[in-house]
Design a protein around this ligand. Structure first.
Ligand code: KMT
Ligand code: NI
Length: 172
C-alpha cells in the first residue's frame, strides 16, 4: 500500500525515505494526483476507461545501464524537478520507487510506490522520481498516442498551456 508524506527536505542521499509528516490521499486528490491499488485486470479497465491505448515496460537498475555513471546520470535526470505536457501514468510491477509531487503550497509530497500501485500525475504538475534504497523498479508506462515525455525543467521556468491550466485547476 502506498505511503504518502511530506519530504523532510534534508539534503542527504535522495534514495533514502526522507519521511516527514503524513499526508492523506485526499490531499493528493486536491492537486489532481490519482492513486489506486489495482491488479492487472484493474489496470486494464482503467486503461480502457481513459483511453490509454499504448504501454511499455521499463526496468531501472544499475544493471540496465552500460555503466554506473550512466545509471547515476539517469537517476539525477529523473530527480530534477520537471513537468510534462501529458499525464504521467505509472504502474509498479516489482521493486519500488518514490514520486515526489508539489503540494498546493509548493512543498514536496512523497509517494512511496510498491507493486500494484498505480499513480497518475496530471499534465503540468511539478514532480520528480527516484528509486528507493532497493535501487530497482519495474513499471508499466501507459500513454494515449505518441507519448510527449519531454521533461520541462523547473529551472527553465517554461510557460506552457499545460502548466497554466494545471495551476488554474488546483485553485480553491
Ligand atoms: C519517469 O518518467 O520519471 C519515469 O519513468 C521513472 C521510472 S517509472 C517508475
Ligand atoms: Ni516526469
Amino acid at each position: 500500500m502506498v505511503k504518502v508524506y511530506y519530504h523532510d527536505n534534508k539534503d542527504t542521499d535522495f534514495t533514502l525515505p526522507h519521511e516527514g509528516a503524513s499526508v492523506s490521499l485526499e490531499e493528493l486528490q486536491k492537486i489532481g494526483v490519482f492513486y489506486r491499488k489495482v491488479d492487472e485486470d484493474g489496470l486494464n479497465s482503467i486503461a480502457k476507461e481513459r483511453n490509454y491505448k499504448n504501454r511499455d515496460v521499463v526496468e531501472i537498475s544499475e544493471s540496465s545501464f552500460p555503466s554506473k555513471q550512466a545509471f547515476e546520470n539517469k537517476l539525477a535526470t529523473f530527480y530534477s524537478e520537471h513537468f510534462h505536457e501529458d499525464e504521467e501514468i505509472r504502474y509498479i510491477v516489482s521493486g519500488s520507487g518514490y514520486f515526489d509531487v508539489r503540494s498546493v503550497s509548493d512543498s514536496w509530497i512523497r509517494t512511496e510506490l510498491s507493486p500494484g500501485d498505480l499513480l497518475i500525475l496530471p499534465a503540468g504538475i511539478y514532480h520528480r522520481f527516484t528509486l528507493t534504497s532497493s535501487k530497482y523498479v519495474k513499471a508499466v508506462r501507459l500513454f494515449k498516442d505518441e507519448p510527449k515525455w519531454e521533461a520541462l525543467n523547473r529551472s527553465e521556468n517554461i510557460v506552457s498551456v499545460a502548466r497554466t491550466e494545471y495551476v488554474e485547476s488546483i485553485k480553491a
